[in-house]
Write a protein that binds this ligand. Structure first.
Ligand code: CA
Length: 220
């Protein structure tokens, strides 16, 4: 799962990156509105955390532009304490959730996860597919009740497939959500990870449709 953090306060930005990184997100940061507008409009994020108080182009304008241009990533806005009008304007402009500053990082992470689950059409923190159980909060996977050890990268892959169960995911899209905009990764890197995961999870879990991509196999 890929997240964009837009925050001009370097300390808060670092805390956010650390907390979301520990929660399994691949985090990219940016500290001004112009940059944020460009990235949100050209890249695909599973979550965007947007501070409204930005220098130059403010967060609310960025959000309006994204929504106007068809960017439909879930957006959590960070607002100034007590500024209820800002929250209302933010939600009206298309924010999915908000947190007033200062906030507890635990709460931000919980809301971030909930947003990602809801945008995948799945409210529950634990997804069961056949004998596989994926806990999106604890970032654990069990097969027939037995925990399976996955690396953070492997977990991101299985979580992304679980959150997008209704469709087949193209390799390019999966790579983007695993590695971000580092364009050097190739499809055979993905094939290697999938092969490794099939060994860990069993052969009938991750399906391939040649020429289209990957999906989670649904039990009969
Ligand atoms: Ca700020």
């Amino acid at each position: 799962m890929r997240a964009l953090v837009v925050e001009d306060d370097a300390r808060i930005a670092a805390d956010l990156s650390r907390a979301l990184g520990a929660a399994g997100f691949l985090v990219e940061g940016c500290n001004n509105g112009e940059d944020a507008w460009f990235r949100g409009g050209t890249e695909n994020y599973d979550l965007i955390v947007l501070d409204l108080g930005l220098p130059g182009l403010d967060g609310l304008s960025v959000l309006k532009r994204w929504r106007g241009e068809g960017c439909d990533s879930p957006v959590l806005i960070l607002t100034a304490r007590g500024a209820w009008t800002e929250r209302v304007e933010g939600i009206d402009a298309g924010a999915d959730d908000y947190l007033p500053k200062p906030f507890r990082m635990e709460e931000l992470v919980a809301r971030a996860r909930a947003l990602v689950r809801r945008s995948g059409g799945r409210g529950a923190a634990t997804q069961s597919i056949g004998t596989l159980s994926i806990d999106l909060n604890r970032m654990t996977v069990a097969r027939d009740g037995v925990p399976v050890h996955l690396t953070p990268l492997e977990f991101r892959l299985i979580a992304y497939l679980a959150l997008n169960q209704s469709r087949i995911i193209a390799p390019s899209e999966l790579l983007e959500h695993l590695y971000g905009d580092d364009g050097s990764r190739e499809a055979n890197a993905l094939e290697a990870i999938v092969a490794r995961m099939r060994r860990k999870l069993g052969a009938g879990v991750i399906g391939t449709r040649r020429g289209f991509g990957y999906f989670l196999e649904q039990p009969e």
